[in-house]
Design a protein around this ligand. Structure first.
Ligand code: MTE
Length: 402
């Protein structure tokens, strides 16, 4: 087995602005052969706001987040439920088992060599993105994410569908479970790996315009870093980040969703911790439409006159949906004006946007809302839920013009 005990990486040394000075040298030092495990030992410095040290959870400043359409690693949020496992590439194995005719086990090099390499652009976002706002309504435990638990990357890897095809799913197969190598200690003291699960239909090659689900080994032209799942992770475009399981070591084909805590109990929309309500709720899969104003920052003081406003918008994860419109209001949502959308409209991918608006001296509340090609528009409010998931109400930022 790849993991001999809970060997873990210590979180990388972080300092908010250190990255600028180090980045060129650091990135240069890691440009090895395209498939080599270049970042297995030495992760590059991250430039993030640390929300929790252990487990390590961090998000970028919103101004940094929208500096580029493809989020550099330094500004890509990290969401961990447990320690980062230290994985030796040579000892690592990925297996497919369960409701299959041919259970399979591969080495990392075999996954990279024996399956066609696919490239997929997809935005990853945590279901808890923007939890801080929902928490203000009624307190919620968990990481108080601002709007930075999101990032966009170019992922390369094998199509999950190709790995499954090699294992030949049996009749009755309906769901695909994923297991990571991170040993997570639960409240009752038990230790279990992080797990995810997706319907088989999403794992197979989509007939519509949805990007392929991957077992990815590269992120933004480099091997996955330890924080982001080295050596392999799933990437399920359009689904909440929790289904993109890092440090993937096991795929299990089944007739039902995974019983893993992060499918059966967490990542569900409920109004209480009542076990009956939890059991009855469906696991969250697709993310909803969303957007955020990233510039100016909340509470910023800016010069009156033409003010530059910018942010991101995410389409719903519904098959084929892309961002079609983003609007801004400065009068509490009575009137809206369209902003300029940047980049291309692509399913499961965010679009950055910008506009300039005339603001007089005084306090202003800016509101943003996005619409996608599937006809979804962000609502004025999101119903509160006990875990603070899927907050996608109009994004509001207050600024003061002087
Ligand atoms: N996979 C494992 N093994 N362990 C985890 O804690 N966190 C999940 C998902 N995959 C997690 C995981 C969650 S909740 C999110 S939002 C994404 O990873 C975050 O991916 P990132 O850290 O690469 O941004």
């Amino acid at each position: 087995m790849p993991a001999e005990g809970p060997q873990v990486f210590s979180p990388p040394a972080l300092s908010r602005r250190r990255f600028a000075a180090l980045s060129a040298a650091a990135l240069g030092a890691f440009s090895h052969h395209p498939l080599s495990p270049a970042w297995a030992e030495e992760p590059p410095p991250l430039d993030l706001l640390v929300r929790s040290e252990s487990p390590f959870n961090a998000e970028p400043e919103l101004a940094d987040l929208i500096a580029a359409e493809t989020t550099p690693l330094a500004h890509f949020y990290v969401r961990n439920h447990g320690p980062v496992p230290k994985v030796e590439a040579d000892a690592y194995r990925l297996s497919v088992e369960g409701l299959v005719h041919r259970p399979r086990t591969w080495k990392l090099a075999e996954v990279q060599r024996d399956f066609e390499r696919q490239t997929v652009e997809a935005t990853l976002t945590c279901a808890g993105n923007r939890r801080r706002e929902m928490s203000a309504e009624r307190p919620i435990g968990g990481i108080a994410w601002d709007a930075g638990a999101i990032g966009h990357a170019r992922w390369e890897g094998a199509a999950l569908a190709d790995l499954l095809a090699a294992a030949e799913p049996r009749a009755g197969a309906k769901h695909v479970w994923f297991e990571g190598l991170d040993p997570i200690t639960e409240k009752d003291g038990s230790v279990a790996p992080f797990g995810g699960s997706v319907p088989l239909s999403r794992a197979l090659t989509p007939a519509d315009k949805s990007p392929l689900a991957l077992v990815a080994y590269r992120m933004n032209d480099r091997p996955l870093s330890p924080q982001h799942g080295f050596p392999l992770r799933t990437v399920v475009p359009g689904y909440i980040g929790a289904r993109s399981v890092k440090w993937l070591t096991k795929i299990i084909v089944s007739d039902r969703p995974s019983p893993n805590h992060y499918v059966a109990e967490a990542y569900k929309l409920t109004t209480s911790a009542d076990p009956a309500e939890l059991a009855a709720a469906e696991p969250i899969y697709e993310f909803p439409i969303n957007s955020a104003i990233c510039l100016p920052a909340a509470g910023a003081k800016v010069a009156a006159g033409k003010v530059r406003i910018a942010g991101y918008a995410l389409p719903s994860g519904e098959a084929g949906a892309s961002v079609s419109r983003v609007e801004l209001s400065v009068d509490g949502g009575r009137t809206w004006s369209q902003v300029e959308l940047l980049g291309d409209a692509r399913p499961a991918c965010w679009r950055l946007w910008r506009t300039e608006i005339e603001l007089a001296a005084g306090k202003h509340a800016l509101l943003a809302r996005a619409t996608d090609t599937a006809g979804h528009t962000q609502p004025a409010t999101t119903p509160w839920n006990a875990k603070g998931y899927l907050h996608n109400a109009w994004h509001r930022v207050e600024v003061e013009c002087g």
